[in-house]
Structures are given as structure tokens and as C-alpha cells.
Design a protein around this ligand. Structure first.
Ligand SMILES: N[C@@H](CCC(=O)N[C@@H](CS)C(=O)NCC(=O)O)C(=O)O
Length: 306
């Protein structure tokens, strides 16, 4: 049930990496609960400038459950008072954001996404969400960066460099990314430890996750039962890259055209699209991603960086 006070008197600002699937999950959670918010788009590495300002205020009350990301990780939700000036709390994990919105903004129409399939399924929804975050979400990172930065680098270089301008993340940030993205992309794969082996393994992990999810969908219309839950939103948001979901198909921002991906990546996208789980995700993006939700306002910042 909705607990409109004191949260209704808060204002919400979401810092999110434009092309990130974990960030799409947080954006989707906001759309689902119809919570107005402003957002600021950042690009990898440059996100540190933006999230550091929030982290330095030391108002995060939750222990991080994710040892794989840095302290500057996105999505980063800043909760301000009604005036929008006083920072009261911050969240640095997509699950924490989804759980917070579910606790505070569920209504009879937008039911709590953890109990929507019945209280007896709550633990299963948590389990599925955690599995998708830890297994599918991580495999998608390996697939995404290795394909764009190494396997298909010559064809992907320009679209990868152009992505800041395409998503209007701010002139200075877009320009820095345009010039430095080949180096920053390489640096990122080195720091995160993404290798050709991990890329190959990511294909198998994605296939297996889609196979398991398809089996669940043989038994019920949604992953955890008869209703949309946090498991469906997590699975769908984390899959948008490996399915190549476009803006026209419901992805909130502007992604890459098919030729940006290598032929093997495109083949995987087509293969997964044809599965029951793939069809489920395509339908969720089409029918549930935006329905009735107010579009968030993009906060213009000094040339896109701070
Ligand atoms: N478990 C975290 C994972 C988030 C994550 O991996 N975020 C990436 C973008 S896809 C990120 O911001 N990486 C940069 C960093 O860790 O500094 C969540 O679900 O929010």
C-alpha cells in the first residue's frame, strides 16, 4: 500500500550511465511506480565526477550487496527534501532502488513488485532478481564491452564514440567521450578483466539464462507467477543489450544500430529473441515499459559533467 508521507515530499534525482542495463532497471522501476524524478546521464569513467559528489555526502544507509562494482557505481539515486536542496539519502544499487520504491510507492494499481505474485512467492522473486543481477547482468557486461571494443571495434568505433551526442548527455562530456572512448573502452575492459574467454562464456551464460527463464514461462505467464514482478523487470532490463532492443521497441534511450554489433553478437540477439523468454522481454518493453508513466525530466548540468 502507498505510504505517501514523507516520501511524497522528497524529490528524486537519478544519475545513470546512458547505455547501462542496470540503470535501465532503475529507470523502469521509476516508470512502473509513476514516481516523478529528474535524471542526469553520464558515460563510463565520467560517471565518477557525478557520483562522487553524492558519495562524499555520506548519506547512504544501506550496506552494498555488490562486491563487483566500484563505490562510484550507477544507478545512483539521490533523495532530496521537497526544496531539492538538502540531500537526505542516497542509493547505489538497482535492487536497493527497486526495493525502496516498492516499499514506499506501491498502490492498488501499481502493486508491490516483490509481493505481486502472492506473499508465498516473495522469496522466489528476491532469489530470481539476485540471480539475474549476478549472473545475467554480469555476462551482459562482458558481451557488451568485448564485442564493441575488441571483436567489432572498427565498425563499432564511430557509433561507440558518438553515443554521448546521440543521447544528449551534455556537450563537454560528449566531446571528451568522442575523443577518448577508444582508450577509455580498452581501459575499462582491462580494469574489469574482460577477456575473450569471458566473452565466449557470456554467450553460454545468456543462452542458459534464457533457457531457464523460458522454462519458467512454460508454467506461468510471468517469471514468478501470474503477475509482473521485480523478477520480470530485472530480467527484461538486463537483457536489452543481448536482444538488441531499440528505442522504437521501448528502450528508453538511444542505443546502437544492428551493424554496430559483430555478426556473432547479432546471431545471438536473433537466437535469443526467438525464445519464449526473448518474446516475453520484447512484449514487456512494448506493453509495460512506459504505459501511463510520466516522462522524466533530464537535468541540464554544466556542459554535462557536474
Ligand atoms: N549491482 C549493481 C551493479 C551496477 C553496475 O554494475 N553498474 C555499472 C554500470 S552497468 C557501473 O556503474 N559501473 C561503474 C562502476 O562500478 O564504477 C546494481 O545492480 O546496481
Amino acid at each position: 500500500m502507498a505510504k505517501s508521507q514523507p516520501e511524497a515530499s522528497n524529490t528524486y534525482h537519478l544519475l545513470s550511465i546512458a547505455l547501462s542495463h542496470f540503470n535501465e532497471k532503475a529507470r523502469w522501476a521509476f516508470s512502473y511506480y509513476r514516481v516523478p524524478y529528474t535524471y542526469q546521464l553520464v558515460l563510463p569513467w565520467m560517471h565518477i565526477f557525478a557520483t562522487k559528489r553524492i558519495i562524499d555526502k555520506d548519506v547512504c544507509k544501506r550496506e552494498s550487496r555488490d562486491s563487483g562494482s566500484s563505490p562510484y557505481s550507477t544507478p545512483c539515486l539521490a533523495v532530496y527534501d521537497a526544496s531539492g536542496k538538502q540531500l537526505e539519502e542516497s542509493f547505489h544499487d538497482s535492487h536497493d532502488i527497486l526495493a525502496y520504491l516498492s516499499e514506499n510507492f506501491a498502490t492498488e494499481e501499481q502493486v508491490n513488485l516483490y509481493t505481486s505474485c502472492g506473499p508465498e512467492k516473495e522469496a522466489e522473486v528476491y532469489r530470481l532478481e539476485k540471480r539475474y543481477d549476478e549472473v545475467l547482468g554480469k555476462a551482459v557486461v562482458d558481451f557488451f564491452y568485448h564485442d564493441l571494443v575488441a571483436v567489432n571495434k572498427w565498425r563499432a568505433m564511430l557509433p561507440f564514440a558518438w553515443i554521448g551526442f546521440k543521447n544528449r548527455v551534455g556537450f563537454l562530456q560528449s566531446l571528451m567521450w568522442f575523443g577518448l572512448s577508444p582508450v577509455l573502452g580498452r581501459l575499462l575492459t582491462a580494469v574489469v578483466g574482460i577477456t575473450a574467454e569471458r566473452y565466449e562464456k557470456a554467450f553460454e551464460t545468456c543462452r542458459e539464462e534464457f533457457r531457464q527463464a523460458s522454462l519458467l514461462l512454460e508454467k506461468s505467464p510471468y517469471l514468478a507467477g501470474d503477475c509482473l514482478s521485480a523478477a520480470d523487470i530485472t530480467f527484461a532490463a538486463l537483457s536489452f543489450v543481448v536482444l538488441g532492443i531499440t528505442h522504437e521497441e521501448g528502450y528508453q534511450l538511444q542505443s546502437f544500430s544492428p551493424k554496430t554489433w559483430s555478426s556473432q553478437a547479432r546471431a545471438l540477439q536473433q537466437e535469443l529473441r526467438a525464445t519464449k523468454a526473448g518474446q516475453h522481454v520484447i512484449r514487456l518493453f512494448k506493453e509495460q515499459r512506459y504505459f501511463g508513466a510520466p516522462l522524466p525530466k533530464q537535468k541540464r548540468t554544466l556542459l554535462g559533467l557536474w
